[in-house]
Design a protein around this ligand. Structure first.
Ligand code: ADP
Length: 672
């Protein structure tokens, strides 16, 4: 076997994985070529690579998936090898073959290995021969209804019907009793036919509380193979991973060795070369079953890198060049514990629907030996409809699981993204909930602990709302102080900085938006000696609260319960990160147009303490309903006040620059 020395490789991918591969290549002194679509002209991976070739329009079918263009780009730039990343062409046997035909090294397994793992039933037959444990089930060719039914009856319910050609959770149906069988089979076959043009089914025993534990394997062209331990990827939403960790909690040396050996048998059964992952379901009793093998580098490979101290992309490049594996099994060791959280542009409150937008503000936590952020985007970039909405992978390491978990929650609370809804608060809630801390993992984790993770029970709401209200009150008070400090009138009562307004009790009202519901809040301020206390009435209950801000940390006292929270502000909403939850809320933009419409004549009132920014019409002007009359600023947001009806503005009571108390009348309006 001759050892080639790559001097230049092409990365047939985009986003974080393209950037990830470029980093290792650069470290090894290998030059890199990026490819890009119209949408990615200014993308980070393009900027990072030494050269970049445009390969088509934004939809991946017209660019990243057109392998002729990718091959052409490699030939044009003289790249000797292609790294496919994950997704796109990474498990495409035809692409792998095309590389071979063009004398370009595919940094991945041989064609045969990709093909062998292409069908779930064919893969199972190979694994059965290699004595890799399979979920009890049927994966034969005879597809008659009676036979599939008999197999299910023999196995005992529940069973899982799975499309042999399936992927992404499509063509799968759980069957809980013999009576449900026929209907479920019809549905699964229909879905499989529509999705994959092939309705061949397998039947598996349905495990009710399994964990998803996968083994990282690596093989070289000389026939050596090692496993780099396991990853637990049980925390999934819609059968997709959200938080992964290594090693798997509770793993014993014996089980690890048994799973590692089985994974290597699986790899060797298909003459595997390079990085691969063998996915298993791990049952409560410690039995494990082969699910599938992914013939590429996985999204979650960094947790393995963190605990093994190895650079898997470097290994891939070496092995593809014909070098033997850098280490033997007995030279590999687990050191500490790592987590990866996938930061997505998506709305967890809306069934994790992907969202799009511009990353108007982007500040990841600071990177260190303990915190790694793998990303492919920069502030100002778009998260578009064309590609996966993953913004970054946050990876943390520490010497044990508890410490690593603390790193994870801290780093999540420091992640600042504006411009779109993300899953950061969801991840924070997940990572800080007790069942996750206790590692009670299984693939149904999120559904099972939904109310804890989403903090949507009445009890949680009652606990969280006063803290949110206190923060908004303090923020308003601070704003008043800032305004006073800027004011030129030294005798102004606004200069009484400990108070947010005059000393007599004054009720302030505002709305708080929480879990898509609006809660009216009434706050009374009391100044006692040097301290300011607030009575906050919310949801029919009144509590006494005190608090202060220290940088972005809120110190709160709610009826004697003292706690701290760090605060993030994004797009006019706030997140408070306490010990055990991320609390997301916003101040309701008061609809002032309606505020006074029911009454006859009269004024419009200020929604909260703020500053008059500008008057948009002249005194005495005739206006029509919804005309903008003035703009106020409060809590760094501008609020436009509009005419409630057709009429005349007889008087403005404030001039631009004036401080306005919440509830104060702003103008004299006479409806027509
Ligand atoms: P796909 O290729 O469609 O993603 P997989 O076979 O990889 O399907 O399974 C995806 C997920 O479905 C697994 O991670 C696991 O959560 C669940 N699953 C698969 N097979 C079983 C089974 N026999 N019992 C219980 N859950 C299963």
């Amino acid at each position: 076997m001759s050892i080639k020395q790559f001097t230049k490789i092409l990365i047939a991918n985009r986003g974080e994985i393209a950037c990830r591969v470029i980093r290792s290549a650069r470290k090894m002194g290998v030059r890199t070529v990026a490819v890009y679509s119209d949408a990615d002209r200014d993308a980070l991976h393009v900027a990072m690579a030494d050269e970049a070739i445009h390969i088509g329009s934004a939809p991946s079918r017209e660019s990243y998936l057109v392998f002729e263009r990718v091959i052409e780009a490699a030939k044009k730039t003289g790249a000797q090898a292609i790294h496919p990343g994950y997704g796109f062409l990474s498990e495409n046997a035809d692409f792998c073959r095309a590389c071979e035909q063009n004398d370009i090294v595919f940094i991945g397994p041989p064609v045969g290995a990709i093909e062998a793992m292409g069908s779930k039933s064919a893969a199972k037959q190979i694994m059965e021969k290699a004595q890799v444990p399979l979920v009890p089930g049927y994966h034969g060719e005879d597809q008659s209804r009676d036979l599939l039914k008999q197999a299910s009856d023999d196995m005992g319910y529940p069973v899982l019907l799975k499309a042999a050609a399936g992927g992404g959770g499509k063509g799968m149906r759980q069957v809980w009793s013999p009576e449900e069988f026929d209907e479920a089979l019809d549905a699964a076959k229909r879905e499989a036919m529509n999705g994959f043009g092939d309705d061949t089914m397998l039947v598996e025993k349905y495990l009710t509380q399994p964990r998803h534990v996968e083994i990282q394997v690596f093989c070289d062209q000389q026939g050596n193979g090692v496993y780099l331990f396991e990853r637990d990827c049980s925390v999934q939403r819609r059968h997709q991973k959200v938080i992964e960790e290594a090693p798997a909690p509770g793993m014993t040396e014996e089980l690890r060795a048994a799973m590692g050996d089985a994974a290597l048998r699986a790899a060797q059964a298909i003459d595997y070369v390079g990085a691969g992952t063998v996915e298993f379901l791990l049952d409560e009793d410690g039995s494990f079953y082969f699910m599938e093998m992914n013939t590429r580098l996985q999204v979650e490979h960094p947790v393995t890198e963190m605990i093994s101290g190895q650079d898997l992309v470097e290994w891939q490049l070496r092995v593809a060049a014909g070098e033997p594996l850098p280490l033997r099994q007995d030279q590999l060791q687990i050191n500490g514990h790592a987590f990866e959280a996938r930061i997505y542009a998506e709305d967890p409150e809306n069934d994790f629907l992907p969202v799009t937008g511009t990353l108007s503000f982007l500040q990841p936590p600071e990177s260190s030996d303990n915190v790694r952020v793998d990303t492919g985007v920069r502030q100002g970039d778009e998260v578009s409809v064309y590609y996966d909405p993953m913004i970054a992978k946050l990876i943390v390491w520490d010497e044990n699981r508890d410490k690593a978990l603390q790193r994870l929650t801290k780093a999540l609370s420091e992640y600042r993204i504006s411009g779109m809804t993300t899953n950061i608060d969801f991840l924070y809630n997940l990572a800080s909930c007790a069942p996750f801390r206790d590692a009670q993992l299984d693939t149904g984790f999120i559904e099972k602990h939904h109310s804890v993770i989403f903090h949507d029970s009445q009890q949680e709401v009652e606990k969280d709302l006063p803290l949110a209200a206190l923060y908004l009150v303090l923020k308003q008070a601070q704003q008043a102080d800032d305004n006073a400090a800027r004011s030129s009138d030294a005798s102004s009562p606004w200069h009484a900085t400990s108070a947010w307004r005059l000393n007599e009790p004054h009720v302030h009202r505002f709305g708080l938006q929480f879990h898509e519901q609006e809660y009216p809040v009434a706050v009374t301020q009391h100044n006692v000696a040097n301290a300011t206390r607030y009575s906050i009435t919310l949801d029919g209950k009144t509590i006494t609260a005190q608090g202060s801000m220290d940088g972005n940390v809120l110190h709160a006292d709610l009826d004697g319960y003292q706690l701290k929270a760090s605060v993030a502000e994004h797009d006019g909403s706030y997140s408070l990160y306490t010990q055990d939850s991320a609390l997301s809320f916003s101040l309701v933009q008061p609809d002032l147009g309606d505020a006074d419409t029911d009454g006859s004549a009269g004024g419009l009132t200020a929604p909260m303490n703020g500053t008059m920014v500008t008057l948009l019409v002249d005194k005495g002007a005739a206006v029509t309903k919804d005309d903008a009359l003035l703009v106020m600023e409060a809590m760094k947001m501008e609020h436009t006040i509009r005419a409630p009806a057709d009429g005349v503005v007889k008087e403005f009571y404030f001039a631009p620059g004036d401080l306005v108390d919440g509830g104060a009348e702003l103008l004299d309006f006479e409806p027509a």
